[in-house]
Design a protein around this ligand. Structure first.
Ligand SMILES: [Zn+2]
Length: 324
């Protein structure tokens, strides 16, 4: 696909973090100073996940006021509509924006207000995923999720678990996500980004409808079969995964394998600014490096519709974007 065709294709993204996607322009406005790209973006030769995570400090500092959060939501919509996304699920951890004294409700409502303003202006649709964090206590995460549950169906669509997967395996969060199930809140879970296929199997067993990254399933027939049989969405973020060294080198990236196996693969940015990427760039990257065909690009958009957390009537509208 050439760039013009990609831009015209109705695109969907399901895995994008609000903080890591805050644009340089928005950060400059909110901080009221010049900001160098290196403050927000990883270098081409990023060496580790730790180096990658350092880039979140500056954008997070911008997301501590209602003004910053509203701007963040609007800024996200502006960016995704400029490359022809028609629907996105954007995620963030509300508890990371309370250090300036805001309540979780104020945080969530401010982001939703900014997203809604962007939706009205740009005509792109959205839903929000709230992230529990692996390093936080079950009580803190449960309290956040209980508050966020009040917004389910009113802009919030699901929960997630993010943070240091290697240090905090999925087995530590089974009781938290039992609670989420009782709240009747669907969820996706970051799993298999750090090489642990066990985290993927535990996540699916625990009731996750989607898996963030999932690359540790590479070569694991049992895990792939489990995901296929349960129609689990696989949120792949190729450029981010290369930068964080989730795979040692690009030739080991399993998107070709997962597509060939018929998994419900979707293509995502993870962090638009930190990874200096877009869905357009991700499409170009996988076509150039993994022989992903035009048909497979469209199939991944259709997969995204099927595994999205949008209400059924919204999914039905989205299906109309991809006739045949
Ligand atoms: Zn992520």
């Amino acid at each position: 696909m050439d760039r013009k065709t990609i831009l015209e294709l109705p695109k969907i993204e399901l895995h994008s973090h609000l903080d890591g996607s805050l644009s340089i322009g928005a950060v400059r406005t909110l901080l009221g100073r010049t900001v160098e790209p290196e403050e927000l973006m990883v270098a081409e030769d990023c060496k580790s996940l730790a180096e990658y995570l350092e880039k979140f400090n500056v954008p997070l500092a911008c997301l501590q006021t209602t003004e910053g959060l509203k701007r963040g939501g609007y800024d996200f919509m502006e960016q995704i509509s400029s490359e022809g996304l028609k629907y996105a699920e954007v995620r963030f951890a509300p508890q990371f924006s309370t250090s300036g004294g805001l309540s979780l409700r104020q945080v969530i409502e401010s982001v939703l207000e900014g997203l809604e303003r962007g939706k009205k202006e740009f005509g792109t649709d959205y839903q929000v995923i709230v992230c529990a964090m692996r390093h936080q206590s079950e009580e803190e995460n449960a309290a956040m999720l209980k508050t966020a549950r009040e917004y389910l169906g009113f802009g919030v669509c699901a929960a997630d678990l993010a943070g240091d997967e290697a240090a905090y395996p999925m087995t530590e969060f089974l009781s938290l996500f039992e609670k989420v199930k009782r709240l009747e809140m669907p969820f996706t879970l970051h799993a298999g980004e750090c090489g642990s296929v066990e985290n993927i199997i535990a996540s699916v067993a625990c009731g996750a409808k989607r898996i963030g990254h999932g690359i540790a399933m590479r070569g694991h027939n049992e895990a792939k079969r489990l995901c296929k049989e349960n129609r689990i969405g696989v949120e792949m973020c190729p450029i981010s995964n290369l930068q964080t060294k989730a795979v040692l080198d690009g030739s080991m990236y399993p998107i070709r394998e997962f597509l060939d196996e018929g998994l419900l693969v979707t293509l995502n940015t993870d962090n638009r600014t930190v990874s200096n990427t877009s869905v357009t760039k991700e499409i170009e990257h996988v076509q150039a490096n993994y022989g992903v065909t035009d048909e497979e690009i469209i199939q991944m958009q259709k997969n995204a519709v099927e595994v999205s957390f949008a209400p059924e009537e919204q999914k039905e509208r989205m299906r109309g974007w991809f006739p045949g």
